[in-house]
Design a protein around this ligand. Structure first.
Ligand code: AHR
Length: 668
């Protein structure tokens, strides 16, 4: 009997040793070398890519609430559009009058169209209505600043109006109304004189309204000209005038991006050479900027222009990374592929190159320099400290491209050797332009090139060692556009985890991958030309995707040295990726574990060589169903959860199924 009991105890002991959590965890071990300097990680690694696509600027980040404020919408942007799109003529209580688009004596030649309004029977008022972008969202008690340019028109029952004769002063009522016509607030304006004059009023609605309209009512018979009719919430991001929508800008700021690339994307090199994004047309007083067609099929007011981009970058602590066309247009011009890559004539290149040199002077030159003075006049006498300049975007690496790119690069480096010029290696992470782009980059000894790739989640898992194999002596990499495109649904957790896994490889190769940005950043509900995107929004709501949280967790936990770590017990199809970094500023060790598998992953973590470790660490976990997607109905279906975790030189952790875990360990 005693022997039987002893036998049972021994067997029990053996079994319990085999099945303790420690024994199970030994199947997978992550050993992190904490006492070696590690491989440096670019301080600018994780940033953002902003393109005016999906109504990201007008109707998006740019806080302007009026759509088509300067009557410049055109049929070249959308076939049904014209200067009067999104405006309505309203005649109240039997009022009579008419309107027309005029262009004699405009507010500014860059802003050629304006509205002429004639009131022949005033009754309860005759005027204009604008619904903004899908309705104007108002908050009770907040102030909205209305501004417009106006002048009297002499109306002699003739069109076009006679601009040589002065009309009479005109009283206007500026109102915010609900779509049912309820007046939410009102302010008077007085149009006086035959010169364009800026009029302003503050409007404060008494209640919330999701879809209000701006109404301007003339209160007497007569004529007026109106242009640049603008309405801004007073509360913009950092209270900047002509500023950014606070909730959206804050959502972007919460990513703590190290850089911001702008204004695109394909938008940069546009629909033919006449549609390049011309930075000079986007600075100065907004009513003097020249808007233009956006190749994504709408209008760019350029109210969010280069000054605002640079200011935003500075406000959120990100380095500005403007991209200019390489003298060639988007090869997908017209979206038909028939126009193809158009090239500036060589004779036009010197002037074009001068514009690019002027941009650098505008950003970095002293306030006394010609272009620095324009920056100073806009309210920023200090330089913006531009370091990076992108030249070209996903261009076909044709001979025409090569010649023009070289002209630009040589001129920039000659005058501004300190600027890092970022070249381009085509639209895909492999293939003809990728290879030709890299060959050209090698020949030209480019400092950095911009690689792009939109691929299914599996591609990212399969390519975790891609950058390990890159030649360290060649050009550094800006992974300017990447996103995992899942089949069927956009923004699944599965896609976000594939990106997270790939980003562990970016950290490991942070010595050569200097910059990386998910793309695209923003998309307005109902106006989305490209999916998936990082952040969705409508007039009042902002939705953070699972992909957003991945970007945020990497950005907030980037570190500056990649620590050698050895993962044993995992084979590559296991969909498990890790990275361990040190944040030199705090001394923290940060471990990231990406489990793309549907089974939890128990593991043993060993911090070898650690002198001191605080046992109380912080862990943040992003986990859920692989197919889970955040939506406006369920915005937190996938969201990070932060809690404490007890750690030691050796500790166990079970990475949940389909998860990203970030463990931050204090060593000081
Ligand atoms: O990010 C959307 C588009 O994808 C960009 O405009 C372009 O560069 C790429 O093809």
């Amino acid at each position: 009997m005693l022997t039987k009991v002893i036998r049972l105890v021994v067997v029990g002991l053996i079994l319990s040793t085999l099945f303790t959590p420690a024994a199970r965890a030994q199947q997978v071990t992550l050993r992190v070398q904490t006492d070696a300097p590690g491989r440096p990680i670019s301080p600018d690694l994780f940033g953002i890519f902003f393109e005016d696509l999906n109504y990201a600027a007008d109707g998006g980040l740019y806080a302007e609430l009026i759509q088509n404020r300067s009557f410049e919408y055109q049929a070249t942007e959308q076939p049904t559009w014209n200067s009067l799109s999104f405006w309505e003529l309203t005649k109240r209580g039997g009022g009579e009058g008419k309107w027309a688009v005029e262009y004699a004596r405009p507010l500014h030649p860059n802003n050629p169209h304006y509205l002429a309004l004639e009131v022949t029977k005033v009754a309860d008022g005759v005027g204009l209505v604008n619904p903004g972008f899908d309705g104007i969202a108002l908050r009770a008690g907040e102030t909205y600043d209305l501004s417009l340019f106006a002048r009297q028109l002499f109306m002699n029952r003739r069109w076009p109006p006679d601009n040589s004769i002065e009309g009479r002063p005109m009283s206007l009522a500026a109102r915010l109304e609900s779509k049912d016509g309820e007046v939410l607030c009102e302010a008077p304006l007085q149009v006086v004189g035959r010169e364009w004059t800026r009029l302003t009023a503050a409007l404060t609605p008494s209640r919330d309204e999701e879809a209000a309209r701006l109404v301007l009512l003339a209160k007497a018979n007569g004529g007026i000209a109106l242009d640049e009719i603008s309405l801004f919430p007073r509360k913009t991001f950092r209270d900047r005038p002509n500023g950014l929508r606070a909730d959206l800008a804050q959502t972007i700021a919460d990513l703590r991006p190290k850089f911001i690339r702008f204004p695109g994307g394909c938008l940069v090199h546009g629909n033919g050479t006449g549609n390049f994004y011309d930075w000079k047309e986007t600075i100065g007083p907004v009513e003097q900027r020249r808007g233009q067609a956006n190749l994504w099929g709408y209008h760019q007011s350029v109210g969010l222009g280069y000054f605002e981009y640079f200011q935003f970058a500075e406000d959120i602590g990100a380095k500005p990374l403007p991209v200019v066309a390489a003298g060639v247009s988007c090869q997908n011009s017209d979206h038909t592929g028939e126009v193809g890559q158009q090239c500036l004539a060589i004779a036009d290149m010197p002037a074009y190159i001068q514009d690019i040199l002027d941009l650098i002077e505008w950003a970095n030159g002293p306030a006394a320099s010609r272009w620095g003075a324009k920056r100073a006049a806009a309210g920023h006498p200090r330089p913006f400290n531009l370091e990076y300049l992108g030249v070209g975007n996903e261009d076909v690496i044709s001979e025409e491209f090569r010649v023009r790119f070289k002209m630009i690069r040589d001129a920039v480096k000659k005058k501004y050797p300190e600027i890092t010029v970022v070249g381009t290696v085509g639209p895909f992470p492999d293939g003809t332009d990728y290879e030709a782009g890299w060959k050209f980059a090698d020949e030209q000894r480019l400092e950095m090139v911009d690689e792009h790739g939109y691929k299914p989640p599996e591609w990212y898992w399969r390519n975790l060692t891609r950058f390990d194999r890159y030649d360290r002596a060649k050009s550094k990499v800006y992974l300017g556009e990447f996103a995992a495109h899942d089949t069927g649904r956009a923004n699944t957790l599965r896609s976000a985890l594939a990106e997270a896994a790939y980003m562990t490889s970016l950290e490991r190769n942070g010595d050569i991958v200097r910059l990386a940005s998910y793309a695209p950043l923003l998309a307005r509900q109902g106006h989305t030309q490209w999916r998936p995107d990082l952040i969705y929004f409508d007039g009042t709501r902002v939705l953070r995707t699972a992909n957003y949280y991945v970007q945020q967790l990497f950005s907030l936990n980037q570190g500056d040295a990649y620590l050698t770590s050895t993962l044993t017990g995992v084979s590559s199809p296991d969909e498990f990726a890790v990275s361990s970094v040190r944040d030199g500023r705090t001394g923290d060790i940060i471990i990231k574990l990406v489990n793309g598998n549907s089974a939890p992953r128990p593991l043993l973590l060993e911090l070898s060589g650690a002198k001191r470790i605080s046992r109380q660490a912080i862990k943040t976990v992003l986990a859920g169903e692989a197919a889970a997607v955040n939506g406006f109905d369920a915005p937190a279906r996938v969201a990070p959860v932060t809690s404490g975790i007890l750690v030691d030189r050796q500790f166990e952790y079970e990475a949940p199924a389909h998860s990203l875990t970030v463990i931050r360990i204090k060593t000081r």
